[in-house]
Design a protein around this ligand. Structure first.
Ligand code: FEO
Length: 392
């Protein structure tokens, strides 16, 4: 396999993974993913940017078969889907020096057992001359670990961004123009790993806003030939203003909660609010996370199981709390048989969300007329709150 040219002396040496179906043992990958790595050759020095997931190391090995010398390995991010191949690279190229951010140096030692003497920390803004090509290291923390950095190739105006701007898609085409066809895959990745650090992502976007960028070469998915479109998407996802939408993760045991979800959904739609209901018994957690990127309100809908919310619906609460979306309002609806502390349990489980709780609607057994009226009232309250924020 020969490295695939992106620009003169800049090559792709990564691996698509068409068969991977789950990321982090959490988020489904309907389109697979890829682990990208790049080879940059200057007149004097050769650099490998990121290594690949260990399961695809043989692909990197194939690309590097006829590359006799690598001087530096730039590790933009310590997580193993990008760094897992580093031990092999160090063995194959005994003189290679690993370059990483200051906080990454101990993390690489911890996660990969690397010899710290093989790692050199580079400073934010530091340049590395390769001979006719110059790399600049730009600290971009929390996309999505604290140590992450991006690497900018000045002469070719390529930003090697690692996770951010990446998308979970396996394909053989190297490039994408615009975001048609990859927006959902990019949003899926943003939602899972970068949304919790939304405010810092905003700062990172500001940090690169004056860079001349011809290509964004991430470490998952295709290379962006129109960087402005994916940057615009990130601006929208990280923006403080939510959309006029409600996410309802729900589950039902005997049908009561389902009836309540149907009524609330209809009442919200009548009031011009977009609703994303997810039956948690079968839902794709990636779709749920993506809907949470934009939503103004989260309504958890569950029957009571042993006084608490049904565990499957509660899982969605735990996930939302971990992903820290920009939701402003929340509520709980559902049913119980003989007693329920469901509302208190949900409220206590979301310290990561800055939400105003709207009055819950909890029915004893089958929902009755008064419960349906209360659901209409909840829809009215949600629509009014959205209107106050200027959402339409
Ligand atoms: Fe693609 Fe944070 O790893």
């Amino acid at each position: 396999m020969r490295p695939r040219e992106i620009r003169p002396d800049v090559h792709f040496v990564g691996a698509p993974d068409f068969d991977r179906r789950l990321f982090d043992a959490l988020i489904p990958l309907p389109d697979g993913t890829s682990y990208n790595a790049y080879l940059v050759r200057g007149r004097d020095k050769t650099v490998l940017i990121d290594a690949v997931e260990p399961a695809k190391l043989h692909v990197l090995e194939g690309y590097l078969k006829d590359v006799p010398k690598i001087d530096y390995l730039v590790s933009n991010h310590t997580e193993q889907d990008h760094s897992g191949g580093i031990p092999w690279v160090l063995e194959r190229y005994p003189a290679v020096e690993v370059l990483a951010s200051e906080p990454a140096k101990p993390m690489l030692a911890d996660h990969l057992g690397l010899d710290a003497t093989r790692i050199r920390a580079v400073a934010d803004g530091e340049r590395l001359a390769l001979g006719g090509k110059t790399l600049r290291f730009i600290y971009t923390p929390w996309v999505h670990w604290p140590e992450t950095m991006s690497t900018y190739l000045e002469e070719d105006q390529i930003l090697f961004s690692c996770d951010w701007f990446g998308s979970h898609i396996a394909q053989t085409d190297l490039f994408v123009d615009g975001v048609d066809g990859i927006l959902a895959e990019a949003k899926r990745y943003y939602a899972e790993i970068m949304m919790p650090f939304r405010k810092i992502v905003q700062k990172n976007l500001d940090k690169i806003k004056d860079l001349e960028i011809a290509l964004i070469a991430p470490s998952h998915g295709p290379i962006h030939r129109d960087p402005s479109s994916i940057i615009r998407a990130y601006r929208d996802w990280t923006d403080d203003t939510p959309h006029n939408s409600v996410v309802i993760p729900w589950v039902t045991m005997h049908g009561s909660t389902e009836l309540m979800v149907e009524r609330l959904t209809a009442a919200l739609v009548e009031r011009g609010v977009t609703v994303f209901p997810f039956n948690m018994a079968t839902a794709d957690l990636g779709q749920l996370a993506m809907a949470l990127v934009d939503a103004a309100t989260l309504v958890v809908a569950a029957p009571t199981v042993h006084v608490g919310p049904h565990p499957i619906a509660f899982g969605a609460v735990v996930l939302a709390n971990a992903l820290r979306p920009k939701v402003r309002f929340a509520s709980v609806i559902g049913s119980y048989g003989w007693g329920s502390k469901m509302v208190d349990t949900v409220k206590a489980a979301v310290p990561g969300l800055r939400v105003e709780f709207l009055p819950p609607v909890i029915a004893k057994g089958l929902p009755r007329a008064a419960d349906f009226e209360a659901l209409d009232g909840l829809a009215e309250a949600i629509a009014a709150k959205h209107k106050e924020l200027g959402l339409s």
